[in-house]
Design a protein around this ligand. Structure first.
Ligand code: KIV
Length: 279
């Protein structure tokens, strides 16, 4: 098994478990934070074993696991199912779970109840929710219960029908100003980190420099404190999704379809199973 060069992780490689405090130290000492999504036991285990710092059980499960066009349909019960599977696979990574659409926007009590379910039923380490000032009260209430919260600004896919497009956000002065203010509000409210999705790299860098908590980007350039990608995209399972920010580290689409074609041929030729593969 190929393992990454641990000298690149002076802080992460010395700890048995990643906590929010470890992420804070990484920010302070300039060690970039690695984060990937996972939704099931088998891949969750490989991601954890490979040494990733943070696993996000993202509501992108709605797209990559369930085949929906948006993240909106996934339910709290389904998120808890995915999260519990990942938690069973994880020894070292910090596991953050998305609060799905409709599980927190109603009011802060609903947000707290949903977060408690995720922590209790899945065994998650933290929750993530989308938005700035409009979710401040909910974040306050979740934090009061001792649940760590990660924020998410920029392109927030649960609001896709409001935006009307997956284009880059915060290019204009007004939205840019609002995003900088929201990042400050999230920091002051007490989130332990913020995800910035699909915004100009230089704005993301400005946010990262203006707050003391880690800022993790996806499509937000390299001036931030860490990076996150959707696992299935970076493994090349899905060939249709090719945004500019995505780097593919494997071509599992080809590897898997080649393997399955080989199996079909062996079955059709009566070549599988052979003498050694039967009783
Ligand atoms: O659900 C998800 O995968 C996410 C990432 C894109 C950050 O929120």
């Amino acid at each position: 098994m190929k393992t990454f060069d641990e000298s690149l992780s002076p802080i992460g490689s010395t700890v048995k478990k990643i906590t929010t405090n470890v992420l804070q130290q990484m920010k302070q000492q300039g060690e970039p934070i690695s984060m990937l999504t996972a939704y099931d036991f088998s891949l969750g285990r490989l991601v954890d074993l490979s040494g990733i710092d943070v696993i996000l059980v993202g509501d992108s499960a709605s797209n990559v696991m369930a085949g929906h066009e948006t993240t909106l349909p996934i339910t709290l019960d389904q998120m808890i199912y995915h999260a519990a599977s990942v938690i069973r696979a994880t020894e070292r990574s910090l596991v953050v779970v998305d609060l799905p659409f409709g599980s927190y926007q109603g009011n802060s009590k609903e947000a707290l109840t949903s977060s408690i379910r995720i922590m209790k039923e899945a065994g998650a380490h933290a929750v993530k929710l989308e938005g700035g000032r409009e979710v401040k009260e909910s974040i306050d209430r979740i934090l009061t219960a001792g649940i760590p919260v990660m924020g998410h600004l920029g392109l927030t896919p649960q609001s896709i029908y409001k935006f009307g497009t997956y284009a880059v956000r915060a290019k204009e002065a007004e939205e840019r100003k609002r995003l900088l203010e929201d990042a400050k509000i999230l920091e002051e409210t007490g989130v332990f980190a913020i995800v910035l999705e699909k915004i100009p790299a230089e704005l993301a860098g400005e946010v990262a420099r203006s707050v003391s908590i880690p800022v993790i980007g996806i499509g937000a350039g390299n001036q931030v404190d860490g990076q996150v990608l959707v696992l299935h995209d970076m493994l090349g399972i899905n060939k249709e999704f090719s945004p500019r920010f995505l780097r593919r580290y494997a071509d599992l689409h080809t590897t898997i379809t080649d393997a399955i074609s080989g199996y079909i041929e062996d079955v059709k030729r009566r070549d599988f199973p052979n003498e050694q593969e039967q009783y």
